[in-house]
Design a protein around this ligand. Sequence first.
Ligand code: GUN
Length: 284
Amino acid sequence: MILDGKALAKRLSVSLREETAAFTAKHGLAPCLATVLVGDDPASAVYVKAKRKACARNGFISKHIELPASTTQDELLALVHELNDDAAVHGILVQLPLPDQISDRVIIDAMDPAKDVDGFHPESIGALVLKRHCFVPCTPKGVMKLIEESGIDCSGKQAVVVGRSPNVGLPAALLLMQANATVTIVHSRTPEDVKKAVIGAADILVVAVGRPHFVKGAWIKEGAVVIDVGINRLDDGRLVGDVEYDTAAERASAITPVPGGVGPMTISQLMANTLQAARDAVAP
Ligand code: GUN
């Protein structure tokens, strides 16, 4: 089975559009996402453009701010405070990575947690750990939605997450555990033999390391569910995932393509989080 995130995101956007239209009609204002792009990283520009297009498609207001690569941390902080104080803005997304002179951490910490639709603020992550009401980071939330909507039950399964980044691997492991899987995290300090043995035992494998073809098809257990979060551009221009797709697809029972797997689900969940932020704002 191909886990078609593009098709699922399209299906989900039908109900999202209806819910957004109902919200807008009831409250006389549409949910608004502020996107902030600092500098001229071409990949970041592509991602932000896709997020703004999703806003337009789904009836959201998109407020976009572009700043030069020379922007200081204080200037960006002032903008974040301004957006925090703007009642018409429900969600704030500052595209990462930021230029070297700006600390991601300082900027994320300055954001109003009630507008943190990325789910990156320490309060959001803390609430996720404790299973409280929170914004769940969009990529791992999209991964779980793709698994659930494909009829795959995580309960009692051995789930392995490759990568422990705070925005993807770590929250993905938490969500899989909360869905009653037995979870193991493989990371850069996991010895080679342990890595292969753990990956080889996975019923559900989520890979988020950002290295092309890092996981070989031969390592994967027959019948495993393989979720590839990676999007890597090769020198020849091709986009490939973190998993060696062709060989993995021969062994997996279900696998995400790259592109068209997890990527569209991330944007779909960003929209869902922004609608949630708008709802919380009118009825906290
Ligand atoms: N850079 C790469 N992915 C993301 C994301 O999901 N959110 C933000 N803010 N920046 C990113």
